[in-house]
Design a protein around this ligand. Structure first.
Ligand code: 8GT
Length: 155
């Protein structure tokens, strides 16, 4: 079996957050005019800076983009996407965030929307986000199930 290799295509790590509110809705933001993929809806987040951990980068991005404060302990790893781009290889890491301080406002995006997970398909997103949305659905469904008291237990 041949494993695809892309010499000269450095790894491009990006972190993103699915903010989930008390009603179970997820926040998406619209990429602004003048940027690549303008008009598409995405999870807030961005590139890692030199020497940053994914968690530190996401806490910084959420403050810069939405003016909210998030503790690294509130970041729940929920999925990732691995996609070849023209000159780099995108590694997009998605975290669920349910706890933050402040009210999200669009400091960099053209708009914000709170949407129900089942409605996310109506909001056009970058190509790498398709697998992330599917993983998010599975993660939210599973975590809701494990939060509910059940009959099963260790015997
Ligand atoms: N934050 C975020 N980025 C995403 C998503 N999906 C996706 O393909 N990306 C890509 O990941 C990269 C994120 O980088 P970024 O937000 O820091 O950079 P940018 O393109 O806005 O440009 P900039 O350098 O001018 O800020 C972009 O190439 C963006 O297209 C997503 O859901 N959220």
């Amino acid at each position: 079996m041949t494993i695809p290799q892309h010499p000269g295509h450095p790894l491009f790590p990006v972190v993103a957050a699915a903010l989930v509110d008390d009603a179970g809705r997820v926040l998406l933001q619209q990429r602004p005019e003048g940027k690549a993929l303008a008009g598409l809806w995405e999870f807030p987040g961005g590139k890692l800076e030199q020497g940053e951990t994914p968690e530190a980068a996401l806490v910084r991005e959420l403050l810069e983009e939405l003016d909210i404060a998030v503790s690294p302990a509130a970041l729940e790893p929920a999925g990732f996407a691995s996609e070849p781009l023209a000159d780099r290889h995108l590694l997009l890491m998605l975290y669920v965030v349910r706890d933050w301080a402040g009210t999200p406002r669009a400091l960099e995006a053209d708009g914000l929307v709170w949407c129900r997970p089942e409605d996310m398909a109506f909001w056009p997103m970058p190509p790498a986000d398709g697998p992330l949305v599917r993983q998010l659905h599975a993660y939210l469904g599973f975590s809701a199930m494990t939060e509910a008291p059940g009959d099963s237990g260790m015997v």
